[in-house]
Design a protein around this ligand. Structure first.
Ligand code: GLU
Length: 469
């Protein structure tokens, strides 16, 4: 069996958007699944629109998603000599020709064709002229005038195109730059790409590419054209549907695993399984299960995937992703408590890493800032006694585990006649500043004796002074 070689060839005229990322993922996963190769090349022959900033942004996004490549990155702009060689092959075999028709002449042809109800096409004026290369000439491919071109597609089945619909399209511009359809074919041939997975917005380019493959006597790759990702209103995905750039999701506190999982599920399924680890995706991804209808992008759904991946991830896995958010909010994590202990108390409560970082903030605080409403309700004269008693009970403890903590609370309950809830809530405010937090025993366990006592005493002082110390 041939070894699978796939590719991802972005045009660097902007960031990596979610649709492009899904294409990259499909190609990467398929290569990994088949133990083949994955090639990255940058299609930067459009010098007007390509920028270094976009190239950097694309690499940054791929790296964040965990997509690595076996060959490349290749840059089309550095491969002009190879395209020239293949152009010459087509000229030499009579499959391409120089054309010197002026833009005005071409416009006139188009108008004439549309006026008579035809497609605006080049009329083949220079086809038989046998022109030599000269300044300002373009190179056109001699498309067959009759017959059909069949595109076999693993997702869509066979699509038949009438050759009469095509014209002698340009394969090299007058400035010597190859056009997309030509460069892509030469690249796919020379890089030995045998599986092309891409958005179905490229279906209409494919007959041209197939004709070029055939004219160059090369075997066609397998094509798999994937339905586009659409917004909820079923229009083409754009900024008004939310953030489009992959790294914007990183900055919003998404895990790459979650974004990968969600994007893959947007166009591929495996029974009704929703949650996949990266390894599972590699093990299970195939081309047969690519969907036939467009994926509808829904940020809320992606958020749910993120929550599930946060919940499933080990603390050590989350730490590097969480760290930038902790730093951004200036949490002083140096003195502890240990992040490995903090994270499990928050992971089932956080939809994003931003929420997790915010939720972790109180653990690191030197002094607790109380929410006004919470302090008013729970840090008052009536809670002075139970808090003071609890501080005394905890002070006595050498072992700070769940069993001993529960006993300490029980003792206070007995002495005061209060129910656990009546004690726990003031303690929560004392330890966190708010009324919503992870379980009280969990917090106490993570904070440790010294911090807990310090915070209880701060709360007692607050009750006595009636103000924040
Ligand atoms: N550079 C093209 C794009 O960004 C990809 C072409 C292809 O996959 O053949 O859409």
């Amino acid at each position: 069996m041939k070894s699978v070689i796939t590719r991802f060839p972005p045009s660097p005229s902007g960031y990596l958007h979610v649709g492009g990322a899904r294409t990259a993922l499909f190609n990467w996963l398929y290569a990994r699944h088949m133990q083949g190769k994955f090639v990255v090349r940058i299609e930067d022959t459009d010098t007007q629109r390509s920028t270094q900033a976009s190239i950097d942004a694309i690499f940054e996004a791929l790296e964040w998603l965990g997509i690595d490549w076996d060959e490349g990155p290749f840059f089309q702009s550095k491969r002009l000599a190879i395209y020239a060689e293949y152009l010459q092959k087509l000229i030499d075999t009579g499959r391409a020709y120089y054309c010197t028709c002026s833009p005005e002449a071409i416009e006139a042809m188009r108008q004439k064709a549309t006026a008579t109800g035809g497609k605006p096409k080049y009329d083949g004026t220079c086809r038989k002229k046998g022109l030599e290369q000269k300044e300002g000439a373009v190179i056109r491919f001699k498309s067959p005038l009759t017959g059909t071109t069949v595109m076999p597609d693993l997702v869509k089945g066979n699509i038949v195109f009438q050759n009469s619909e095509l014209d002698d399209f340009i394969i090299c511009r007058s400035d010597g730059m190859p056009t997309y359809n030509f460069a892509v074919v030469v690249d796919d041939i020379t890089m030995e790409i045998n599986t092309v997975i891409r958005g179905d917005d490229h279906v209409n380019n494919t007959p041209k590419q197939i004709l070029l493959f055939l004219a160059l006597n090369c075997e066609l790759p397998d094509f798999a054209h994937v339905p586009m990702v659409l917004g909820q209103d079923r229009s083409r995905l754009s900024k008004r549907h939310g953030a489009m750039s992959v790294t914007a999701y990183r900055d919003m506190g998404f895990l790459p695993e979650a974004v990968n999982n969600y994007l893959v599920r947007l166009g591929w399924s495996y029974g009704d399984q929703e949650f996949f680890t990266p390894d599972e995706l590699i093990a299970k991804f195939n081309l047969e299960n690519i969907g036939r209808s467009p994926g509808i992008f829904d940020t809320e759904k992606m958020l749910a995937f993120n929550a599930d991946h946060i919940k499933a991830a080990s603390p050590s896995k989350l730490i590097p992703h969480l760290m930038p958010f902790l730093k951004a909010q200036e949490s002083d994590i140096e003195k502890g408590p240990d992040l490995e202990k903090i994270i499990p108390t928050l992971s089932s409560r956080s939809k994003t890493l931003i929420e997790m970082a915010e939720g972790a903030q109180f653990y690191f605080a030197e002094t607790i800032q109380y929410e006004t409403k919470a302090a008013k309700k729970f840090l008052k004269e009536a809670t002075n006694a139970p808090l003071a008693m609890l501080a005394d009970e905890l002070e006595k403890l050498d072992v700070f585990d769940e069993k001993h903590l529960e006993n300490a609370f029980k003792n206070v309950m007995m002495q005061t006649g209060l129910k656990l809830g009546k004690i726990a809530q003031p303690v929560r405010v004392a330890l966190t500043g708010t009324t919503v937090s992870p379980g009280i025993f969990e917090i106490i366990d993570v904070l440790g004796k010294k911090r807990v006592l310090q915070r209880l005493r701060q709360a007692l002082a607050f009750i006595q002074n009636g103000k924040q110390t």
